[in-house]
Every structure is written in structure tokens, then in C-alpha cells.
Write a protein that binds this ligand. Structure first.
Ligand code: TXE
Length: 482
């Protein structure tokens, strides 16, 4: 595969250092290609291009920017299968998941914002003989920094509203998953988006990401990634009074009340636990079950988990592929070991040396879906983010106890509650200290809704009007009537 290059001012260029980083297929350990090992000099070139492009793009009529988003969506849709193949290759996720989730949602993100903006009313307020109206203007040049778990899905989720609101972009995808960001850059070039409006600089976080966050001329940062990195980004951006959106980690609870219809909801609970090998910040990695149905649930859940088809991501029958890298596999396995040390019992799955995945490359970063029971809900394994195919299961006696357990982690991103009585579902959901709660479903996403978390899951919200507001500055104009 051709080396991936930076996309700056409408052209593909190497890093100034001429150095590269290998991009590896996590399912085989084989090299795919290389990416530029960029630094501050390359970020400066991207910012120069973006600043030069900003006046024209900012003054482009909204209707024209809407048309650009549709043009990009159309071009991406024509490449949907290529997007799915590249995403599966780069991440180790099954081709079916890459097709149905990553590729489909990347197209939808552009389409959604193009349509949504037209549904927004012009905000006016009149009182004291005066008319007030709110004018939106672009932030300017914004920095978009994204993670490796849903590469194009999360990059496009930021690029679409940023462009729509008239901003120019310096994007930094994860060094582990550059391929679909590169395809997006190629697409921008193909559709003829004006040079400099959209730029991509590849490289390591501390080199490129840090340079983006600390650059004076980048006036807004939208970051999605781990909490630890989020702290570094915030510490750099806050004193510079930049607009800052942080979508960070999670340790989400899946709560089964005593009337949860187990057979009906089992697939939903399995999906919430192991989609994308548990590498979705919205995954339910702690399952809280009422004591009266705990044994029955465990038997059914373990049975369902053991039927998950784990294997080669390119196989259409595969439901769970590899994790993102050998390093991440080592981190996830360290938590399985910690779980046992903290008193947990592995009901299924476990370390790859004791529970190997069959018929896959021995160099692949594969793990079987793992269920740990018997751990205190306050243990490290049950409260720290693992971000892999590992869930802990805990029994509770009362709803108050379940609420305390569900809210008992440093995170507050998402959660789900499963019950036969919707009223109970409403009441329980309203007590969860998270940004998102699903009742009898999971990952059911309406893009108009606020997305994000509290506590160490982040600051701010994305989605619908929240994205439009983040990527624009608002001016209130008040006109005294004669
Ligand atoms: O994060 P990292 P990862 C979380 C998920 C998990 C993590 C996985 O819970 O914890 O993200 O993604 C760049 N200055 N979410 O491991 O390392 C890095 O190069 C600036 C939550 O990739 O934080 C990459 O491009 N940038 C989310 C990006 O930051 C730096 C959904 C993220 O990398 C940097 C998805 C630095 N010092 C994942 N260091 C949600 N809430 O929606 C690294 N980077």
C-alpha cells in the first residue's frame, strides 16, 4: 500500500523530518504502510494553509457549505466498501461491523449536519422595545484530535459540523489508524474542496497533538480519547482560553432490574458488552444484576458469550475481531490478571495463553470475550477503564444499591437499564450520573441528542445543536426599535 502522507494545502506531503511510523494490521502483526512522523513544523505548515483558506471559507454562504457536505457524503458513500475494508484492516474489527457501523455512520454524519442546520430556527428575542438576534460566526481554525476505536466515524462526527460552521481544520487521527483519515483527505481533494480548508497531520500525540493544542492560531480543540490524555490537552488549552470539547473514557454500567426479561434482552446485553471487542467508550463493562435473577442471568449470559464468533476480521461470519494492538492486548490481559488477584473468577475467556482464539494468526492481538464474577463493585478491575473484551458482573439487592454501584466510578459517560416496567426504567435512568442512559436498548443513537459525559468522561457535548454551538461563536445583536 502507498505510504500515507500528510494532507496540507490540498497536497500530499511527507513530514519535514522525512521520518515515518509503521502502520500495523493488529490481526496479523503485518505492516500495512507507513505514516509521516510529523512534528511542530508540519503543524505550522497546516496552520498556515488553514489560515490562508479561512477568510474565503468563512464567507462562503451557508447554502454552499451545505452543498459541500452533501458532495463529501456522496463521494464517501461511493467508497463505503473501501472505507469498511480499510477500517477493518487498520483496527482488527470485523468487516461486517466496519461496514454497518463505521462506514455507514461516517456518511450519515455529513448528511445529518447538512440537513439538521436547515431545521434550526433563527433565534430572536424581543423585549423592552428592542429586537435581539443571534449571529453565528466561525471559530476560525480548529484542531480535531481523534482516537483509534472508531476512526472515520469519530473524525467525520467533528469534521462535518466544523466545516458547516465555516471553520478550517487541522486534523490529527490516531497514529494507530491513519487509513480512513487518509481516504477522507483524498476525497476532499477529489471533490475539489478549496485547498487549506481541511488538513491532516499524522504522527504521535505528544509531537503532533500537543503542537496542535498549544498553537496560538488554533482557536478551538475537539478531542476524543483517553482521560489521561484529556487531562494533558485541557491543561494546555485552558490557559489559552480556547474552545475545548473533551470526549473521554467510560466505565459504563448495564443494570438488570429484577423484572428484566432475560431471554428478550440477552443479545442486547451481549452487544453492549463486546461490540468492537469492548473498544467503544459506550460499552457496558460492568453488569449489575438483581440478586433474584443473578444465577439465571449468569448461566444464560456465559452461554451467549461463548457463542460469539471470534476470529479473522475479514471473515463475514466473524462477530469479534482482534483488539487494536499487542500493547493494548497486554494492557487488557493485565486487567484480567488483576481481576483474579482482586478475588474475581473467570467464568469464560481469560488470558490468551489459557483461552486462545482458534484459526487466527499467532501474531494477531486476539482475546476471547471474558466474564469476571465475584469482584467487589469497588475493586480496581470494576472501576478502572479496561477498554477491551472484559466485563465484570455484580449482584445487587435494592435499586438504591444499584444506583450507588452504577454511579460509583470516576467516570460518567453512559449506562443502560433493562426492565419490563418502563416507568421503573425512567425512574432509574434519571438517577444515573452519566451523560447518556439507554432504557431497554443500547447504542440507539439519534444524532440530534447531546453526546458526552460527566466527571472523568469529559467536558461538553457533541451532537445536533451542541456541535453547531461548539464550532461557532455567537454574537447577540440587540436593535432598539424606533
Ligand atoms: O486515546 P489517546 P486512544 C477513549 C477510550 C479510551 C481511549 C482510546 O475510552 O480510553 O479513548 O483511544 C492523541 N496531546 N475514547 O488510546 O491515547 C493520540 O495520538 C495531544 C472515548 O487513542 O488519548 C490520538 O490521536 N494529543 C471516546 C488521540 O490523542 C495526544 C470515544 C487519542 O489518543 C496526546 C473513543 C497529547 N499529549 C475513545 N497524546 C468518547 N467518549 O466518545 C495522545 N494524543
Amino acid at each position: 500500500m502507498q505510504p500515507v502522507l500528510n494532507f496540507i494545502n490540498g497536497s500530499f506531503v511527507e513530514a519535514a523530518s522525512q521520518r515515518t511510523i509503521d502502520d500495523v494490521n493488529p490481526a496479523t502483526g503485518e505492516g500495512i504502510t507507513t505514516i509521516p512522523r510529523s512534528g511542530a513544523e508540519d503543524v505550522q505548515a497546516a496552520v498556515d494553509a488553514a489560515l490562508a483558506a479561512t477568510p474565503a471559507w468563512a464567507s462562503t454562504p451557508l447554502e454552499e457549505r451545505i452543498a459541500w457536505l452533501h458532495k463529501i457524503a456522496d463521494a464517501l458513500e461511493e467508497q463505503a466498501e473501501t472505507i469498511a475494508q480499510l477500517e477493518s484492516l487498520d483496527t482488527g474489527k470485523p468487516i461486517t461491523l466496519a461496514r454497518n457501523v463505521d462506514a455507514a455512520r461516517s456518511v450519515a454524519n455529513f448528511r445529518f449536519f447538512a440537513d439538521f442546520v436547515l431545521q434550526q430556527p433563527q433565534q430572536t428575542f424581543s423585549d423592552h422595545g428592542a429586537i435581539n438576534y443571534v449571529q453565528r460566526s466561525p471559530v476560525g481554525c480548529v484542531g480535531l484530535i481523534t482516537p483509534w476505536n472508531l476512526p472515520l466515524y469519530l473524525l467525520s462526527w467533528k469534521v462535518a459540523p466544523a466545516l458547516l460552521m465555516g471553520n478550517t481544520i487541522v486534523a490529527k487521527p490516531s497514529e494507530l489508524t491513519p487509513l480512513t483519515a487518509n481516504l477522507l483527505a483524498q476525497t476532499m481533494q477529489t471533490v475539489g474542496l478549496p485547498s487549506g480548508v481541511f488538513n491532516v497531520v499524522h504522527g504521535y500525540g505528544p509531537d503532533v497533538g500537543q503542537a496542535i493544542v498549544e498553537h496560538d492560531d488554533i482557536r478551538g480543540i475537539s478531542f476524543t480519547g483517553g482521560t489521561a490524555t484529556g487531562k494533558i490537552v485541557a491543561a494546555t488549552a485552558a490557559p489559552m482560553f480556547k474552545k475545548l470539547s473533551l470526549e473521554l473514557g467510560g466505565k459504563n454500567a448495564t443494570v438488570l432490574l429484577d423484572d428484566a426479561p432475560l431471554d428478550e434482552i440477552m443479545q442486547g446485553v451481549v452487544r453492549a458488552s463486546f461490540t468492537n471487542s469492548g473498544q467503544v467508550c459506550l460499552c457496558g463493562s460492568r453488569i449489575l444484576v438483581h440478586a433474584s435473577i443473578y444465577d439465571d442471568f449468569l448461566e444464560k449470559f456465559v452461554h451467549a458469550v461463548e457463542r460469539i464468533q471470534v476470529g479473522d476480521p475479514s471473515n463475514e461470519a466473524t462477530v469479534m475481531g482482534s483488539v487494536i494492538s499487542q500493547d493494548h492486548k497486554t494492557k487488557v490481559e493485565s486487567y484480567i490478571q488483576l481481576g483474579v488477584e482482586e478475588g474475581g473468577v473467570v467464568l469464560t475467556g481469560g488470558l490468551s495463553k489459557t483461552a486462545p482464539v482458534e484459526n487466527v494468526s499467532k501474531h494477531g492481538a486476539f482475546l476471547r470475550p471474558t466474564v469476571l464474577a465475584g469482584l467487589p463493585a469497588t475493586s480496581r478491575t470494576a472501576t478502572e477503564e479496561i477498554f477491551g473484551p472484559v466485563v465484570t458482573v455484580h449482584a445487587f439487592e435494592t435499586e438504591d444499591e444499584a444506583v450507588e454501584m452504577a454511579n460509583g466510578t470516576p467516570y460518567g459517560l453512559a449506562g443502560s437499564v433493562w426492565t419490563a416496567d418502563i416507568e421503573r426504567g425512567h425512574r432509574f435512568a434519571e438517577r444515573m450520573d452519566t451523560g447518556i442512559v439507554w432504557v431497554n436498548t443500547w447504542l440507539n443513537r439519534d444524532l440530534r441528542t447531546p453526546f458526552g459525559g460527566v466527571k472523568q468522561s469529559g467536558v461538553g457535548r457533541e451532537g445536533g445543536a451542541w456541535s453547531l454551538n461548539f464550532f461557532s461563536e455567537l454574537t447577540n445583536i440587540c436593535v432598539q426599535q424606533p
